[in-house]
Design a protein around this ligand. Structure first.
Ligand SMILES: Nc1nc2c(ncn2[C@@H]2O[C@H](COP(=O)(O)OP(=O)(O)O)[C@@H](O)[C@H]2O)c(=O)[nH]1
Ligand SMILES: [Mg+2]
Length: 206
C-alpha cells in the first residue's frame, strides 16, 4: 500500500458520526487512492450485542482522496467515533473545509446523536460548512421524518442541509460531499445556551 505522507488536496472534508454508521464505507466508496485505514480489531466490540456485527473500530482516522471534475483534489477524513479518541477530533475538525455528519436515520437515538455531534463540531469551529446525511432511510422518506433533524441542525447552522444518503453508493456519497462543500457560508450560531439534555446517552460506550 502507498503510504500517504502529507497530501495534495486543497480542501478537506471530514466524515463524522456514530460508530458503524458508514464513515469508512463512504470513504472507500469514493476515494480514488487506497484508503489509509486505522480500523483495529476490538475484543470489546465483538462481545457487545449492539455492535451490529462489526468487530473493528477506527482508532486513528481514515484518509482518502477524491477528484472534482475540474481536477481539484479533496482530502477525505473519517473520524474515529468514540469520544475517547477526541484528541483526533480536536486536531482534524478545526482545519476542515466541510463536514458531512452521518447519522442513522432509522434509529431512536438519531436525534440524540445529532445533538451530540453538532455540539462536538461547534466546540471545534466545524459547523461553517456542514451537511447532515441520514442513512438507512427510503429514498422517498417523508418531510415529517426529516423535520426534527432540520430543526435541530438549524439551531447550529441556519442553512446547513439535511439529506438522505447511502454510504455504500458512490453517487450518494459524492452528493453529500458536494452539498457540504457548497453550504452557504453563514456565521455559525453560538451553541444553544442550555443544550438539550443528552438523556444519559454516552458516545463512548464501546
Ligand atoms: N443496510 C445498510 N447498511 C449500511 C448502510 N450504510 C452503511 N451500511 C453498512 O454499515 C456498515 C458501516 O461500517 P463502517 O463504514 O465501518 O462504519 P464507521 O464506523 O462509521 O466507519 C458497513 O457494513 C456498511 O455496509 C445503509 O444505508 N444500509
Ligand atoms: Mg470507521
Amino acid at each position: 500500500m502507498n503510504i500517504v505522507l502529507g497530501h495534495r488536496a486543497t480542501q478537506q472534508v471530514v466524515f463524522a458520526g456514530p460508530f458503524g454508521v458508514g464513515k469508512t464505507t463512504a470513504l472507500r466508496a469514493v476515494s480514488d487512492i487506497p484508503v489509509s485505514n486505522t480500523d483495529e480489531l476490538s475484543s470489546e466490540l465483538s462481545q457487545l450485542k449492539n455492535s451490529l456485527g462489526k468487530t473493528t473500530t477506527t482508532v486513528g482516522f481514515d484518509y482518502g482522496e477524491w477528484n472534482f471534475s475540474d481536477g481539484a483534489r479533496v482530502g477525505l477524513i473519517g473520524l474515529p467515533s468514540q469520544e475517547r479518541f477526541s484528541a483526533m477530533w480536536d486536531m482534524l475538525l478545526p482545519k476542515s473545509s466541510a463536514v458531512v455528519l452521518w447519522l442513522y436515520g432509522n434509529s431512536d437515538d438519531a436525534l440524540a446523536d445529532c445533538r451530540f455531534w453538532l455540539e462536538a463540531l461547534t466546540q471545534r469551529q466545524a459547523v461553517t460548512r456542514l451537511a447532515v446525511a441520514l442513512t438507512r432511510l427510503p429514498f422517498d422518506v417523508s418531510e415529517e421524518t426529516l423535520a426534527p433533524f432540520r430543526h435541530l441542525t438549524s439551531l447550529y447552522h441556519p442553512l446547513a442541509p439535511v439529506l438522505t444518503a447511502d454510504p455504500r453508493q458512490p453517487a450518494s456519497v459524492m452528493q453529500a460531499i458536494m452539498v457540504a462543500l457548497s453550504t452557504p457560508d453563514a456565521a455559525p450560531f453560538p451553541p444553544p445556551a442550555t443544550p438539550p439534555a443528552q438523556q444519559g446517552k454516552s458516545n463512548d460506550e464501546f
